[in-house]
Design a protein around this ligand. Structure first.
Ligand SMILES: [Zn+2]
Ligand SMILES: [Zn+2]
Length: 178
């Protein structure tokens, strides 16, 4: 079990690390620090990590990191590499072709040791306890919500099973306070 300080140390080490990025034409050594990137925590609960190309920031969710201190060298490290791959991909391929999770990003992600998955799977990380949950009274499906919602959602499974995939209020999800 690590600490938040360990996470901070790991991000900064990885931002300083010079990776070799190979393209069809060249092989370039670069670190995110060389490109002007620095690190910050933020308080978002839905996204583990984000890469801001213009502000040149790698941000990690403090609540999600706090819940996953047992996974610093697996999930958290993979998330950091995922975000670094975004920074490198935009540098190498330009904003137009380097953004997103296409093959340019994926190739670089794999070169620097990231699994190249689009994002973490909810089943592989510990999610912070949410204030609310949306539940289906018919099948028992439940999903965490961090904020109140005003629109009505219906249970996808139940609508598919009992209503040919069409929305019906009969299977509306109910917002409950945890
Ligand atoms: Zn991404
Ligand atoms: Zn349901």
């Amino acid at each position: 079990m690590g600490t938040i300080q360990d996470v901070k140390k790991l991000v900064n080490e990885l931002i300083d690390t010079k990776f070799t990025i190979k393209t069809y034409f060249s092989s370039i050594e670069m670190s995110a620090r060389d490109l002007g990137y620095s690190f910050e925590f933020d308080n978002t609960k839905n996204t583990f990590g984000r890469c801001f190309y213009i502000a040149k920031k790698i941000k990690l969710s403090l609540p999600l990191c706090s819940e996953n201190l047992d996974k610093i060298h697996t999930n958290i490290k993979n998330t950091i590499l995922h975000e670094l791959a975004h920074a490198f991909s935009v540098e190498v391929h330009g904003m137009r072709n380097g953004r997103g999770h296409g093959s340019n990003w994926k190739t670089i992600a794999r070169q620097i040791g990231c699994s190249g998955e689009r994002c973490f799977k909810a089943s592989e990380v510990n999610l912070p306890k949410s204030k609310y949950a949306l539940i289906c009274n018919s099948c028992g499906y439940s999903t965490p919500r961090h904020r109140k919602i005003s629109s009505t959602y219906a249970c996808t499974d139940c609508c598919n099973k009992h209503n040919n995939g069409r929305f019906t209020r009969e299977y509306a999800l109910q917002l409950v306070v945890n």
